[in-house]
Design a protein around this ligand. Structure first.
Ligand SMILES: [Zn+2]
Length: 215
């Protein structure tokens, strides 16, 4: 990796083009070269070398697709992998045979090709994610909250969280201690207004402790 950059740099030096390049682009490579000779910051991706006009052409293809089929529809079409591979190759074939612009969209065949390649890349990454996600699902039994019996209760997966007594999706998980403190705060507020510490408050506090096995 480093040798390629080094070579490119030498070539540019020879051809005297170095000064025309932006400092931003070559700053990483120039870094400390004078003093130490070889210390390049190659770990960081050079985002500023991305050819933005061509990326914009790909975005144009994406935008047309979103207008035609709906936002993110490309993620859910059936047989997606085969379709995108075939579409990618159709655009490649047209381009290879000398047709530069896709008639239907008016955009470059190569932009379509790249767009399909991005879809395939996305699918590959998704597939990797699923491998990681599915593994524990296969191996563990379904967990449910021991108090309410719901699998989507935040307490089902982590005993530090209070039971919500609900199976709604995307519930907010609140640690038991904080739920208890909130209840006491509410009781104290009512107490300060009425000056009466009701039996109901005491009952609720007692039940809370019993629920979570507190002494
Ligand atoms: Zn629960």
């Amino acid at each position: 990796m480093r040798n390629l950059y080094e070579e490119a740099w030498r070539e540019l030096e020879k051809s005297n083009k170095v000064s025309t390049l932006s400092e931003k682009t070559w700053g990483l490579i120039l870094d400390e070269e004078e003093n130490t000779g070889k210390k390049f910051d190659m770990g960081k991706p050079l985002w500023n070398t991305l050819p933005i006009k061509e990326v914009e052409q790909i975005v144009n293809v994406l935008t047309m697709g979103a207008k035609k089929y709906g936002l993110d529809n490309w993620k859910i079409v059936p047989n997606a992998k085969d379709r995108y591979e075939n579409a990618m190759m159709r655009h490649y074939s047209a381009w290879k045979q000398g047709e530069l612009i896709d008639e239907e969209s008016g955009e470059s065949h190569l932009a379509h090709l790249a767009c399909n390649a991005l879809f395939l890349m996305w699918m590959e990454n998704e597939a990797k994610k699923n491998v990681v996600l599915e593994y524990p699902l296969i191996r563990t039994e379904m967990k449910v909250c021991k108090i309410c019996g719901n699998k989507r209760c935040p307490r089902a997966n982590d005993l530090r969280y209070a039971c919500n007594d609900s199976n709604e999706p995307h519930q907010i998980a609140i640690p038991v201690e904080i739920a208890y403190r909130d209840m006491l705060n509410r009781h104290n507020l009512e107490y300060s207004e009425t000056n009466v510490r009701t039996e109901e408050h005491q009952k609720e506090e007692k039940e809370f402790k019993e629920k979570y096995g507190w002494k």
